[in-house]
Write a new protein. Structure first.
Length: 255
């Protein structure tokens, strides 16, 4: 399953090379699938297949990049505050405060004051994404602090950085990667929702959310504009969930 997911993701990422935002061709607008346009065309005559491919590559890149950032920030924050009960309580209080606000609502609030684009979208999606990884890391660090190998390394004078890179992070990685598989799908879904509302990427830049938003008005005339991005989002969410190892469900806890 993991190899097949990597292969599918690699093909989707080729959208940066072979996809595109589409060329306006009003003489071929709202056409159905054909050899010339595999997924049909939109209201401006742009090829839906190329837009779908590029939109999928962008969504997957955002999902992978932001999830990696979430894991890094959450883990480093947990490692930094774990030795200090005061800092630990402060971090958990901040996490609880951010988690009390629905993620999409927090993104909408931030984007209301920012100019639409990649930078604003990444900032909005990155604000609260580190929370589950920090909590997971803190809970497992409590168990690992009494590990004999870690205690032996401390007695031998190993530095904190050595313990982080050689003892703690390698043992945290299985549970963090399991949570990250779900996190990729959550980021992709959030990006699609924001683009659907017009608060994500600019409308002229292909994304699955903006394709869904544009296709609403042409549902009865050209349902293809809704079908393809919907199937793409659904397939990507299922793939990220299926990519989790069977034993990782217990490690991450119920969703």
């Amino acid at each position: 399953m993991k190899r097949s997911w990597i292969a599918a993701a690699s093909i989707l990422m080729l959208g940066f090379a072979f996809g595109g935002n589409g060329v306006v061709d009003l003489f071929h607008r709202l056409e159905g699938p054909s050899p010339a346009h595999l997924f049909g065309t939109d209201e401006l005559g742009r090829d839906l297949f190329h837009r779908w491919w590029l939109g999928g590559a962008r969504a997957l890149t955002l999902g992978l990049g932001l999830t990696s950032l979430h894991i890094l920030c959450g883990t480093l924050a947990a490692l930094a505050v774990h030795p200090s009960p005061i800092l630990r309580r402060a971090l958990l209080a901040l996490a609880d405060a951010l988690a009390s606000i629905p993620a999409l609502l927090l993104c909408l609030f931030l984007l209301a004051f920012l100019r639409p684009g990649y930078a604003a979208l990444i900032l909005a999606l990155a604000v609260g994404g580190w929370i589950p990884y920090a909590r997971l890391s803190l809970s497992h660090l409590d168990t690992l602090k009494l590990d004999p190998s870690l205690q032996q390394a401390k007695l031998m004078g190993a530095s904190r950085f050595h313990n982080w890179t050689n003892h703690l992070f390698p043992r945290l990685w299985p549970i963090l990667s399991a949570q990250g598989a779900v996190g990729i799908g959550a980021v992709v879904l959030a990006e699609g929702g924001l683009s659907f509302l017009g608060l994500g990427l600019p409308p002229e830049q292909a994304s699955w959310g903006s394709m869904l938003a544009a296709g609403r008005a042409f549902l009865l005339v050209s349902p293809w504009q809704l079908i393809w991005p919907s199937l793409g989002l659904l397939a990507l969410l299922i793939a990220t969930e299926a990519n989790r190892h069977p034993g990782e469900e217990a490690a991450t806890g119920p969703k």
